[in-house]
Design a protein around this ligand. Structure first.
Ligand code: FPP
Length: 245
């Protein structure tokens, strides 16, 4: 049965994206509109994140990636940076058992060494606990930057060349992909960015080369299952050619 009808959106189950990436933008504006501190917006955004992970699992999407903290986000006021780290820790503490019971594997894309110790500990705990789960991969981009990731990949590949593990002629796109945080994962089929901003903000620069983009007007805390299904519906209407005719 290729179609199913839930809340009036017919999704083609034979043409589901295998990997969806999200830029969760607009938490600050959502809070400001209500006269609330920005962190209230980030908390509301975390609720959306939970709902979207659940919905992704229901839809059978095997990889989801969320941009939670960029290499540039350290420039935000320290209250907001600390608040985001606290939200991350609270999120892991309250959700990790359910994530694990659902056979979901957590991965971090980004350099976690720079995180404060209390956050690093929780992140390592989540990674170890869920390392062997197989149903779905839940990637959190944390202290992540696309250019930073590519430079890191170049350094790693250079080291392998020096160590004689690879030869220069072996370097191609597939091999280079193995040196990125997303090694072994399919590239995102669909990128969703909320809040009406139309830019990539240094997110998955290599991996998004052939992805479909969906820029949504709605602020991230207001993004919901229906909006998500609608973005997938629009994606399914597109004709992906990957450079051919
Ligand atoms: C962008 O909105 C959002 C962020 C920089 C942080 C996103 C983080 C979360 C939703 C929560 C933490 C993540 C996990 C995994 C628990 P913005 O603040 O730039 O919004 P604005 O553009 O309206 O100011």
């Amino acid at each position: 049965m290729p179609f199913f009808n839930k809340r009036k959106i017919n999704l083609d189950l034979n043409n589901m994206p295998k990997h969806v990436a999200f830029i969760m933008d607009g938490n600050g504006r959502w809070a400001k509109k209500r006269g609330l501190p920005r962190l209230v917006g980030h908390n509301a955004g975390t609720e959306t994140l939970k709902r979207i992970v659940k919905e992704s699992k229901k839809l059978g999407i095997p990889y989801v990636t969320f941009y939670a903290f960029s290499t540039e986000n350290w420039k935000r006021p320290s209250d907001e940076v600390n608040g985001l780290m606290n939200i991350l820790v609270k999120f892991i503490q309250s959700e990790i058992n359910e994530i694990h019971e659902n056979n979901i594997k957590v991965n971090i894309l980004g350099d976690i060494d720079r995180l404060p110790d209390f956050a690093k500990e929780q992140v390592h705990f989540a990674l170890e606990l869920t390392a062997h789960n197989t149903e779905m991969q839940f990637n959190i981009a944390l202290n992540y930057g696309g250019r930073d990731e590519i430079i890191r990949g170049i350094k790693l590949i250079h080291q392998d060349l020096l160590d004689g593990k690879i030869l220069p002629d072996q370097i191609d796109e597939a091999l280079f992909s193995n040196y990125l945080y997303t090694s072994g994962m399919p590239d995102p089929d669909l990128l969703i960015r909320t809040s009406g901003e139309v830019r990539l903000s240094n997110f998955l620069l290599w991996q998004l080369a052939y992805s479909e983009f969906s820029f949504e007007k709605v602020l991230w805390p207001d993004f919901d299952e229906m909006a998500f299904r609608n973005a997938i519906y629009e994606y399914q209407k597109r004709n992906r050619r990957f450079g051919s005719v």
